[in-house]
Design a protein around this ligand. Structure first.
Ligand SMILES: Cc1cc2nc3c(=O)[nH]c(=O)nc-3n(C[C@H](O)[C@H](O)[C@H](O)COP(=O)(O)OP(=O)(O)OC[C@H]3O[C@@H](n4cnc5c(N)ncnc54)[C@H](O)[C@@H]3O)c2cc1C
Length: 381
């Protein structure tokens, strides 16, 4: 990759953030705590505002630079990356849609790491189909009244300003969805208990309920009809980043398996001498190579054309699958020891499974890819 001097500097500070993430990952997961040290390192490194235009104080990073950063973070802890990278998409949406002076102020506070945010789109009854959301924002003479429950909220107990997507006109679907900033400390905001899950406890995931929460008019950042577009405005970048994180995780799997099998003996020789095991790792290496090519190709297209939906869908689908299948093989090469938390592999395996669901599960990527395939044949359907 050809990086500018400034990009190289940002990649280097991001590497230092990733080192912090790697050093606390096991402890965060075991103790089900947020990666505060990583958030601090990220803020201190001045990395916030990655996708925000320079005119608004951001870095306006190229997609390939952000993907490279995500790959590095994925080597350390892909789920910890989930606790701060998606905030960049929120900041980008506030920069694009915010039309009030107060929106600029809150964006500045987010970039200075004085406060945190996160998207609240998913609901107990609406995931892939966000247009079915039931959370309702009712216009009042003094602003808005918010009612509903959001599900799968990353960092639920730690977000200062929830970026909540809500329906303003029941039955209107996407045409009625708007976006609001809702302070956690407001009356009527109830944070649920953290979920019991496969793993990924570093993300502190829980429901958040809004019971007659009153909001001032300027707390509507995205007007009705624009909400879904705003929520998905950085979706290509998000999918590329998840793919890149999976490449990072899989490269750790490969290195760990190689390290183990070149030291461990069975039947009088090193495990790595058995061709059966060599070929398994050769398959993993091919998938990793292909996943990386897809991720950086999608990033290059996004940079060049501002949109890369099909390429990002291919990359996300392939890289998450390669990581899950590949980490399974790498863990298998270590026998029972592959299951122990002595190495990061079980944690990374859970992260790869999680990554398959995020930002559109594999079936949703297939919808995007199929739409692209069928586009030239639309008049026949
Ligand atoms: C670790 C983690 C963190 C998350 N953080 C957040 C967050 O901070 N904010 C937030 O808003 N959400 C968050 N999510 C939620 C995530 O975005 C949703 O889980 C995701 O959108 C899928 O929705 P769902 O789980 O309701 O699945 P559903 O929509 O119920 O889908 C179930 C299955 O059916 C498939 N499916 C759905 N529609 C179709 C179709 N048309 N054709 C074929 N197959 C289909 C899906 O691919 C999936 O496999 C998080 C999830 C995880 C795991």
């Amino acid at each position: 990759m050809n990086w500018t001097k400034d990009e190289e500097r940002l990649l280097e500070v991001n590497r230092q953030v990733a080192e912090v993430a790697a050093s606390v990952a096991a402890d965060c997961e075991a103790n089900r705590r947020p990666p505060r040290e990583v958030w601090q390192a990220y803020a201190d490194a001045g990395l916030k505002g990655m996708l925000v235009p320079k005119a608004k104080g951001g870095h306006a990073l190229r997609a390939s630079v952000m993907a490279a950063m995500s790959e590095e973070l994925g080597r350390a802890d892909p789920v910890a990356a989930l606790t701060f990278v998606p905030q960049e998409y929120c900041m980008s949406a506030i920069a694009t849609y915010g039309a009030h002076d107060w929106h600029d102020e809150i964006l500045a506070s987010l970039m200075a790491a004085e406060i945190t945010t996160g998207f609240l789109l998913t609901e107990p009854g609406a995931g892939s189909d966000a247009t079915a959301m039931a959370t309702l924002a009712t216009e009042m003479p003094f602003g808005w009244r918010l009612n509903g429950t959001k599900a799968w909220v990353t960092n639920a107990p730690y977000i200062d300003e929830y970026f909540v997507f809500a329906q303003t006109e029941p039955g209107a679907g996407a045409k009625g969805i708007a976006g609001f900033l809702v302070p956690r400390e407001r009356d009527g905001v109830i944070v649920g208990e953290p979920y019991e899950m496969l793993g990924g406890y570093v993300a502190s995931i829980a429901d958040v309920t809004f019971a007659d929460v009153i909001l001032e008019p300027e707390r509507m950042v995205v007007p009705p009809g624009e909400g879904l577009r705003a929520a998905l405005s950085a979706i290509d970048m998000a999918r590329i980043n998840v793919g890149a994180e999976c490449c990072g995780a899989l490269s750790v799997g490969l290195e760990t398996a190689l390290d183990y099998t070149t030291q461990r003996n069975a039947f009088g020789q090193k495990l790595a001498n058995f061709q059966g095991l060599q070929w398994q790792l050769a398959e993993v290496a091919t998938d990793l190579y292909a996943a990386r090519l897809m991720v950086y190709d999608a990033a290059a297209k996004l940079e060049a054309q501002g949109k890369a939906s099909v390429e990002a869908a291919h990359a996300k689908k392939f890289a998450t699958r390669a990581a899950m299948d590949g980490l399974d093989i790498c863990m298998g090469q270590m026998g029972s020891n592959g299951l122990k938390h002595d190495t990061p592999l079980p944690r990374l395996f859970a992260a790869a499974k999680i990554a398959k669901t995020l930002d559109g599960a594999t079936e949703i990527q297939n919808l995007v890819i199929s739409r692209g395939l069928l586009a030239p044949y639309r008049d026949r359907l």
